[in-house]
Write a new protein. Structure first.
Length: 117
């Protein structure tokens, strides 16, 4: 049974920082591409950042220079370090795992990030 469990969301003031974590189980974590997506009210889910099994990363232009994705395979965990947060970063953030072999995709339950003064 695959589980992706996000944590670290919350309420933060503009300019603040948060670190999201996603702990995976039930998959061979090291071979999976891992990503963070977000969905704001009334908007489509969008890619925030993604890291492949080899450590290559891509980051959305809207968060480039502010957000950093990283992974620790020994802990089956992927992180999203978010700095200089803006109100427009407010959304539910979802962890995603994708197998490069089968294409199977899994999602976490999401964690709310609210940026407001």
């Amino acid at each position: 049974q695959v589980q992706l469990v996000e944590s670290g969301g919350g309420l933060v003031q503009p300019g603040g920082s948060l670190r999201l974590s996603c702990a995976a189980s039930g998959i061979f974590f090291s071979v999976y591409a891992m990503g963070w997506y977000r969905q704001a009210p009334g908007k489509q889910r969008e890619l925030v950042a993604r890291t492949t099994s080899s450590g290559k990363t891509i980051t959305a232009d809207s968060v480039k220079g502010r957000f950093t994705i990283s992974r620790v395979n020994a802990k089956n965990t992927v992180y999203l370090e978010m700095n200089s947060l803006k109100p427009e970063d407010t959304a539910v953030y979802y962890c995603n795992a994708e197998s490069p072999i089968t294409g199977n995709t899994y999602w976490g339950q999401g964690t709310q990030v609210t940026v407001s003064s």
